[in-house]
Design a protein around this ligand. Structure first.
Ligand SMILES: [Fe+2]
Length: 253
């Protein structure tokens, strides 16, 4: 197994971009927003840019691509969406991207946007989910339907528990507040809160997180986790109705 290092680069207000490398000479960037900041990190590690991977077309995940390509014109871009003047390699459901470090398998995950993809490196157990899944939450449904978003989260739910998840934003604390509001005094949530507060104190971030742990505490991801099950039973919701209810409530929170 290649020993991949992942640098988490804070972007804009609460975005994350990710740099993958192995201390050799090349780096891979996921979802660039602030190119200057990313170039500084690449320079400090004496890395050249091999390629950029994009999860969806929103500008807070793509706006750094132009500046990066200006500095590293030979770098490839893998994107599910056109990026104005830039030449891209289109990725969609079941695409594979092979880099000098690893291989990404791509699957489509519409809902937040129609073009959204999730990037999976099964060998190294890495999952880049953009704005589909957040810790204790999920993305807003802007372009797709609730059913599509529910299906997309279901695809992630079916992946193995040992995947490490890297998402597009630091929204965890706000997501926690929402869950506390809906699922009052839930014991599992209380436990998750303790851990999240510790992580924030230590690293000022709650990313990455382990998919198997998330399946226990995120009702958007797992309609059958303990807190969901009780709530669904009381309100006689199907999984999809429960997701629709939660997403709508969160939109107005
Ligand atoms: Fe987005």
């Amino acid at each position: 197994m290649t020993d991949i290092k992942i640098e988490i680069i804070n972007q804009l207000k609460d975005n994350y971009s990710y740099l993958l490398h192995n201390n050799n000479s090349l780096g891979i960037i996921v979802d660039p927003a602030d190119d200057e900041k990313i170039i500084n990190v690449l320079d400090s590690k004496k890395l050249k840019l091999e390629c950029i991977l994009i999860t969806h077309h929103h500008s807070d995940h793509t706006s750094g691509a132009l500046g990066l390509i200006k500095k590293f014109p030979n770098a490839q871009i893998y994107s599910p969406a056109e990026l104005s003047s830039l030449k891209i390699n289109n990725i969609s459901n079941n695409s594979k991207v092979t880099t000098t470090l690893n291989e990404f398998e791509i699957f489509s995950a519409p809902g937040h946007t129609l073009d959204h993809v999730v990037l999976c490196d099964f060998k190294n157990k890495l999952l880049f989910v953009g704005d589909v899944l957040f810790r204790l939450g999920c993305g807003r449904v802007f372009e797709g339907t609730i059913d599509q978003m529910h299906d997309s989260l279901n695809k992630i739910l079916n992946l193995s528990d040992d995947m490490k998840v890297y998402c597009g934003h630091e929204y965890t604390l706000n997501n926690l507040k929402f869950l506390e509001h809906v699922f009052k005094e839930d014991i599992i949530l209380e436990k998750a809160k303790k851990q999240i507060l510790q992580e924030l104190e230590k690293n000022n971030r709650t990313i990455p997180f382990i998919l198997g742990e998330e399946k226990k505490v995120n009702p958007f991801l797992n309609p059958n986790c303990q807190m969901s099950s009780e709530f669904k039973k009381d309100n006689s919701f199907s999984n999809l109705e429960f997701f629709r209810y939660l997403r709508k409530k969160k939109d107005n929170f």
